[in-house]
Design a protein around this ligand. Structure first.
Ligand code: FAD
Length: 380
């Protein structure tokens, strides 16, 4: 049997894979990273200039400790990468207290003792006049620790820091197959095959093409940038911080103010099963009118200060799991393969914490945080 070339290889160097490579390299084990495209590319789930960071994780109580740990690790990565990645300029959750966004946020804040401030509708309007036409029940929850993370810079920074700590990185190299056995895993690429002891497959929306994980669905997620219709109100990030606003039951308008050369970023999420499926192998990510038409329609009724036609649109992919939680862990039938996918549109803020979990799992340890609710075995 050939000697392994490394103890661990990470396949897929997007948000989670680049962070896993960085955490592994910092343990001194000289991991190998393999990425199908370039560093911080725009074909997966991790492009578009910003992602919301918040500690009030309404998606699952177990995510709050992960967000707190991720915050510490974002600061460590900033030091290693030598550039700012996380801006905690505060964030706003808007809707009825009985709705999932504000209700879930208040519950998470109460359970975990997270500092928040509740704003009545008039207080919200006075402080953030951009948010107009609030519903009769609407309130705001201000979370000072929320903010934005910069995805492309974070991925490139993690890869630079991983290399500085001893990782070897191969970009533009597609993994075409994995062959696990009792003592390791063969990784096949069109160029050559290599053997390692354990593999982390952080292939995001492409995971199912390498390992079978039942129930994952890949859908199209447009991201849209808008410009103010008049200049009398500022839409710069400090004045128009990152927000999620439940505009109807199950419909969430989200976005953040202009910064770093980007216009005002907005998106619309509907939890009604109408998401459009996307084949990750279809490289056509060109924009269609349907990508932004609904958002343009709702804008005048909620953010009337913005011109309703977008200045720019890009298409990302989301990977949805049946219960809305991440999918992490060693495959029961191939314990040397650790998988990571199922971002469910809330995984970027946790990328550094997930990288640490993956590094724990890939070196045979137990994750230091309880992430059992994400275990891949729940779908087996
Ligand atoms: C529009 C949008 C908005 C979002 N907003 C937020 C937000 O505000 N806050 C938040 O926390 N999260 C948010 N998310 C979720 C977050 O972006 C994802 O959780 C995160 O990007 C997932 O990263 P990933 O590493 O799983 O996938 P990716 O970053 O897509 O990485 C997967 C990588 O695997 C590589 N790969 C695939 N197959 C192979 C192969 N065979 N060989 C080699 N390499 C391979 C791909 O090229 C890719 O680089 C949002 C997602 C979207 C789409």
């Amino acid at each position: 049997m050939a000697e392994p070339e490394a103890e661990v290889a990470v396949i897929g160097l997007g948000a989670w894979g680049s962070a896993a490579l960085w955490r592994l390299a910092k343990r001194g084990i000289r991991p190998i990273g393999i990425e199908r495209f370039g560093r911080g590319h725009a074909l997966g789930s991790s492009h578009g200039g910003s992602r919301m960071f918040r500690v009030t994780c309404l998606e699952h109580s177990g995510l709050v400790p992960l967000a707190r740990r991720s915050c510490e690790l974002w600061r460590e990565l900033e030091r290693d990468a030598g550039e700012p990645l996380l801006t905690q300029s505060g964030g706003l959750l808007i809707g009825s207290p009985r709705g999932q966004i504000v209700g879930g946020t208040l519950a998470a804040a109460a359970e975990h003792g997270i500092e928040t401030e509740t704003l009545t509708a008039p207080a919200l309007r006075a402080r953030f006049p951009q948010h107009d036409r609030l519903g009769p029940d609407d309130i705001g929850v201000w979370e000072p620790s929320a903010g934005i993370v910069r995805p492309e810079a974070a991925i490139r920074g993690a890869l630079r820091a991983a290399e500085a700590a001893g990782a070897r990185i191969f970009t533009d190299t597609r993994v075409t197959g994995l062959e696990p056995d009792a003592t390791g895993v063969w990784i096949h690429t069109p160029v050559r095959s290599l053997r390692v002891t354990r593999v982390v497959v952080a292939a995001g929306s492409w995971l199912s093409s390498l390992v079978p994980v039942p129930g994952l669905r890949v859908v199209r997620m447009p991201v849209t940038w808008f410009r103010p219709a008049d200049e009398s109100v500022s839409y710069a990030l400090p004045d128009f911080p990152v927000f999620m606003r439940e505009i109807a039951e199950g419909t969430v308008l989200w976005g953040c103010g202009a910064e770093s050369g980007y216009d005002v970023k907005l998106g619309l999420e509907q939890f009604d099963g109408t998401a459009v499926p996307l084949d990750p192998e279809d490289s056509d990510r060109s924009v269609r009118e349907a990508d932004w038409a609904k958002l343009s329609e709702v804008l005048p009724g909620h953010l009337p200060g913005l011109a309703p036609a977008p200045a720019r649109v890009a298409v990302c992919m989301l990977t949805l799991s049946p219960d809305g939680q991440f999918v992490l862990g060693a495959l029961p039938e191939a314990p040397n393969i650790v998988v990571a996918s199922g971002d469910n549109a809330h995984g970027f803020k946790h990328a550094t914490g997930i990288g640490e979990v993956l590094a724990d799992l890939a070196t045979g340890g137990q994750p230091r945080l309880d992430v059992s609710f994400t275990d891949v075995k729940r779908f087996r």
